[in-house]
Write a protein that binds this ligand. Sequence first.
Ligand code: PLP
Length: 402
Amino acid sequence: MQLNHFFATRNARMKASEIRELLKLLDQPDIISFAGGIPDPALFPADEFAEAFQAALAPERQAQALQYSVSEGYLPLRQWIVAEMAKIGIVCEADNVLITSGSQQALDYLGKLFLSPGDTALVGWPTYLGALAAFNAYEPRYDRLSLTGNRTAESYTEGAEAAGSAVKFAYLSPDFANPTGETLDRAGRLRLLELADTLDCAVIEDAAYQSLRYDGAPVPPVLALELEQKASIEDCRTVYCGTFSKTLAPGLRIGWAVAAKPVISQMVLLKQAADLHTSSINQMAVHGVAAACFDEHVEQLRAVYQRRRDVMLAALEKHMPEGVAWTRPEGGMFVWMTLPEGVNGADLLARSLETEKVAFVPGQAFFADGSGQNTIRLSFSNSNHTAIEDGIARLGRLLRSA
Ligand SMILES: Cc1ncc(COP(=O)(O)O)c(C=O)c1O
């Protein structure tokens, strides 16, 4: 029985990538992988989680921990997030916060909330692949969000209208973006807000890596800058998406969205339809660990990842041939590399796995228009210094021979 021809049209844009097939090879023990943008498991606060889960399962709390709970999320966790948001200039109440199953779920809900088929979403070229995957299900049209060139607001509107739609939102990850590692400066964030005001569209601020700054001065979140211009969060068009995946542990699947109450209320309805609520016990455990040691833990992560970034940047200086360029991120997990014109990142990966046993992610998948063939993403978060030095030396050798 072949059911494929019954699949809804939205599935046409949801494809497994060839890269995934290649990356399956990563299980081989002799491969040095800069592919996954994942935290180092050795840094998980595992003892603190063991304690927090035990506390959640204590006789007086176990009914709550194991029972269904409200779709909005565990109130003490939402209150903790409210206090944390205030520290970065985002003044909100618990009713402005929805706990999601990872920030990936928030991206899915926001696609569902804003996009009818053919609507325009503005995204970076490149942008986070998982955001494209989440939005693709809602069959949008993409246009390139450009905050540095001289594109006019009208050019976005005209493009959308010609396609019979409207611009619904601009999505970006302003701090240490996945995949580029780049940070949008304050002026760029203000230009974004001005553009969104002119287009009258929402802004989705994906703050997945925001806590992981290693140097340079922090830039206020887009939502914080918007709050400086508006009376309260209820007047703001920015939806902020946070996550504990990069700071505590991704396996718990705890993220959050912060926005004006009508947006959160509608997302709550979407959540009720999708999964009722995020895991009760996981929310309680994350709250326990965050309340006990969030700042100290993040401090420790920053110290370790900063050194790994420095080792990778130094190795790139040493080993990369002429014609290869890369970003110098102030935080996060990624360095983005642009190869000479005509060198294809996917072909390079195939060769690299075969001859040098080094893995990375070819950049093309991060481009909504399929460009970027000569780009690759390297992650430094989950490799030790020796592996980084060795892996980059091998990659340099491969590129010299290419
Ligand atoms: C930019 C960005 N946003 C969102 C996510 C999703 O993370 P999670 O669903 O684990 O919170 C990731 C994960 O890699 C990411 O890189």
